[in-house]
Design a protein around this ligand. Structure first.
Ligand code: ZN
Ligand code: ZN
Length: 420
């Protein structure tokens, strides 16, 4: 009895002194609103979620979150270095300076976002956010680490002005959370708030490809910048969501890199230095749309079958849920994970997400990725629990998989794609 109590006390002390990263709670928090939106839309008989679109959106966001673990420290280091070496003023933390910082971050966001649409180099990163033909809270998750880099570039002006990096990072949390709530079709116009803040109505315009709505409403929290700089549009007709030329692909890799490839082709085709520079820094409107068609024919191999077997849907749901759980616990316990293990976990998540995209596209080669994922799990387990039993069992299981590779592959394909 006394021993049990002592163990319980030890566990309680350990839990109390544990250094957890509570930013992980953002995952169940946002997941709750996604489920709530889904539930309400069903009740109102509004079809605003497609299975493949929602899964693809979530998977893009999962990779962004895990990459963030690796890049946030780097951004903090760079911001701190700029602050220590180049700060123009020494700005103290007061109510007025917090307001000024909020205005400055939102103003810079406006220009970062506007450049994201008007400069090819930045559009190559931001395009991913606009690829979904659906518009709901899952679309908000559709952001990439490349966007974070572009944004960081704009925000690096702040430490040089003299704002402390701690202040900047606290405020960036608002810029991370606020836009989530503007990605919904369930909230109508919001009265006087429409004059000051970016609302769901404003952001619906931003995500639509109607001619009159193109390149409008770039603001993040405040809509005033769009009004000042002439890019404001009000929602008058029903928006049509997604890119002007729909991507029609849920392949994770294609979504992330198709535009960069289009730019490479356009760059090679450009004859003069001026034309080449225009490919990098010019407007996306000047990139020949036939390049995408050409690349699609070569690389994307569009799959016209959109019927998924029940097993495939089940497998995609399980895979996405596992990725989200791994992400949640990795962030929560990030202070206890070595950089090597973090690398393995990130690789596992990236491969899982690529595999999910391949499943949505019904690619048969997904089995090979499953093998690599399994091997990674075995390596990770052996690294976390370096005891003979775990290492031996992991090696044995990988060996068994290799020995029965072909027959396992046939069974796997038959199960997912019902090919037999
Ligand atoms: Zn945008
Ligand atoms: Zn958006």
């Amino acid at each position: 009895m006394a021993v049990t109590r002592s163990i319980q006390t030890t566990i309680a002390i350990k839990i109390n002194t544990m250094k957890l990263d509570y930013i992980a709670l953002a995952i169940p928090f946002f997941a709750f609103f996604m489920c709530l939106e889904y539930y309400i839309s069903k009740k109102r008989n509004k079809e605003i979620h497609r299975f493949n679109e929602s899964v693809a959106n979530l998977n893009v966001g999962i990779v962004e979150r895990i990459s963030d673990l690796l890049t946030t420290g780097l951004f903090f280091f760079v911001f701190n270095w700029l602050y220590q070496n180049f700060a123009f003023f020494s700005i103290q933390s007061t109510f007025t300076t917090w307001i000024l910082l909020f205005l400055a971050t939102d103003f810079l966001w406006y220009w970062y976002h506007r450049s994201g649409h008007l400069v090819n180099l930045f559009w190559a990163a931001h395009i991913v956010h606009h690829q979904s033909d659906d518009f709901n809270y899952t679309t908000a998750a559709r952001i990439t680490v490349f966007q974070a880099v572009a944004r960081g570039l704009f925000w690096s002006i702040l430490p040089m002005i003299g704002f402390e990096p701690e202040m900047i990072f606290s405020l960036l949390l608002i810029h991370g959370a606020y836009p989530f709530f503007t990605h919904t079709q369930l909230v109508g116009k919001l009265g006087w708030l429409e004059y000051i803040f970016v609302t769901p109505s404003h952001h619906r315009i931003h995500h639509s490809s109607n001619d009159e709505y193109l390149d409008k409403n770039f603001g993040d929290v405040l809509i005033i910048w769009d009004k000042i700089f002439g890019t404001f549009a009000e929602e008058t007709v029903q928006p049509k969501y997604g890119l002007t030329k729909s991507l029609e692909s849920h392949s994770f890799l294609w979504q992330h890199f198709h535009y960069a490839l289009e730019l490479i082709v356009a760059f090679r085709m450009a004859k003069t230095i001026k034309q080449k520079l225009k490919v990098i820094f010019g407007s996306p409107q000047n990139i020949d749309p036939r390049i995408r068609t050409l690349l699609e024919r070569k690389l994307s191999q569009k799959n016209t079958t959109i019927e998924y077997s029940e097993n495939l849907i089940k497998a995609i749901k399980v895979k996405t849920s596992v990725s989200m759980l791994v992400l949640f616990f990795t962030i929560l316990f990030s202070h206890y994970i070595s950089i090597n293990n973090l690398f393995f976990i990130t690789s596992f998540i990236v491969l899982s997400v690529i595999a999910t995209g391949a499943m949505l596209e019904q690619r048969q080669w997904v089995f090979h990725l499953e093998f690599v994922r399994f091997t990674l799990v075995c390596i990770l387990l052996s690294s976390v629990f370096p005891i003979d039993y775990v290492i031996g069992l992991s090696s044995f299981l990988v060996l068994v998989w290799l020995l029965f590779y072909n027959s396992l592959q046939t069974k796997y394909r038959a199960y997912l794609f019902q090919t037999e």
